[in-house]
Design a protein around this ligand. Structure first.
Ligand code: GTR
Length: 343
């Protein structure tokens, strides 16, 4: 009796356990899902450019790579078209972790990470090959790494071509042409100093305000690369595009250090790798977009001034180097950039 009682007792015990497990199943499933969700992330990424712009598509490509490599756990949602604010605002949000990823143009970081200044100096790069060698080599790595103490993980540089001057009023062929002209620049001390050294009046302004300022005459000109000149429709109001090619300022993709520190090392490696892989994609998209912008601007009847003697521009901006490569560490960076071979 006692045996069968014992037997029925133990099977009753099992039944109770099974029943309890069945009862708890929804809760266990919920816990498992929550655990998985804790591991799953859709990073918020900021960009002031509209959907379809190469930088936006490059980060969307990075998202595809991440989704694939993480089995669907990690992805990115790009908030394009300045939905999260202009670059200065989103930079702050990134440092504070409200934005996970940000595609920024480097000058916005100049006042935060001094090392970024050197890459924004006018005429620092002799050619695209020179630019590539510097950015994809140890100097590029060093400058990306310099961002970490300021709450940003530098993931990758994206090519952004050369910036050139444009105006609704006249063709700019020589620094003398800039005298008295109000030229919009990014919020960057280097950009301000460059325009002043060239004889113009620098007017720092957010990107989103430039079209209206060109239209209503608040400024007499601005400067940017082919794709930005095109997508912003600035070319519709500024008919002269002078290929001064005075700077090759890179785009940079950063992650908030707060987001980064919350990721396991394996996910950090996935993020870094996916960002690296998006660089080549960006280059392809960029080249395509430059060609499209070029054709569009010519078809609109704009005057493109190609035969510009850069020597007087290069001469005029020399004081900018003295002012911004002001300490031995920055001077050394500039020296190493200039000494980097083109091939
Ligand atoms: C573009 C760049 C933007 C923004 C803009 C500007 O070339 O991609 O991030 O910096 O220039 O002039 O403000």
């Amino acid at each position: 009796m006692s045996g069968s009682a014992g037997h029925s007792g133990s099977s009753g015990g099992w039944r109770r356990i099974v029943m309890a497990l069945l009862k708890a199943a929804p809760l266990l499933l919920l816990l498992a899902a929550t655990w998985q969700q804790a591991q799953a992330r859709e990073f918020r990424s900021a960009d002031i450019h509209p959907a379809g712009y190469p930088t936006v598509e490059a980060v969307e490509y990075m998202s595809e790579v991440l989704l694939e490599r993480s089995g669907g756990r990690l992805g990115i949602k790009v908030y394009s078209g300045a939905q999260l604010g202009e670059e200065r605002d989103t930079l702050e949000q990134t440092v504070f972790g409200a934005v996970d990823l940000n595609r920024l143009n480097l000058p916005v970081l100049n006042n935060v990470v001094a090392e970024t200044t050197v890459l924004t100096l006018p005429f620092i790069f002799r050619s695209r090959e020179h630019y590539d060698r510097v950015l994809s080599g140890p100097i590029g790595e060093e400058i990306l790494a310099a961002m970490e103490p300021y709450g940003l993980i530098g993931l990758a540089f994206y090519d952004s071509g050369e910036r050139s001057m444009y105006s609704p009023r006249k063709a700019i062929r020589h620094p003398d042409d800039l005298r008295g002209m109000r030229i919009r620049v990014q919020n960057s001390d280097v950009a301000v100093a460059m325009i002043e050294a060239l004889g113009g009046n620098a007017t720092p302004m957010e990107f989103g305000q430039v079209y209206e300022a060109l239209r209503n005459g608040a400024i007499d000109g601005a400067e940017n690369n082919w794709p930005s000149f095109s997508t912003t429709r600035h070319f519709e109001v500024a008919h002269y595009y002078s290929l001064t090619q005075h700077s090759m300022v890179p785009e940079v993709l950063v992650m908030s250090k707060l987001t980064w520190d919350g990721l396991p090392a394996a996910d950090q490696a996935l993020v870094r790798q996916a960002a690296r892989e998006s660089v080549a994609r960006m280059r392809t998209l960029w080249d395509e977009r430059v060609a499209i912008a070029h054709a569009r601007i010519l078809a609109a009847g704009n005057e493109v001034i190609e035969d510009i003697d850069k020597a007087p521009f290069i001469e005029a901006v020399k004081p900018v180097y003295e002012r911004f490569a002001s300490n031995p560490a920055l001077q050394d960076l500039v020296r190493r950039i200039l000494e980097t071979d083109d091939e």
